[in-house]
Write a protein that binds this ligand. Sequence first.
Ligand SMILES: [Zn+2]
Length: 42
Amino acid sequence: MAGVPARQIGWVCECGETLKNGNQCPNCGRTIIIENNGDAEA
Ligand SMILES: [Zn+2]
């Protein structure tokens, strides 16, 4: 377990890049699987 990413800022890739557009990292191109915990906004 590496910890929970900041939910109010956005999702953070393993490389440390913050994802704001969709779930693909603009830095390394890795696709992040966003899990819905039932508390999703917007
Ligand atoms: Zn990345």
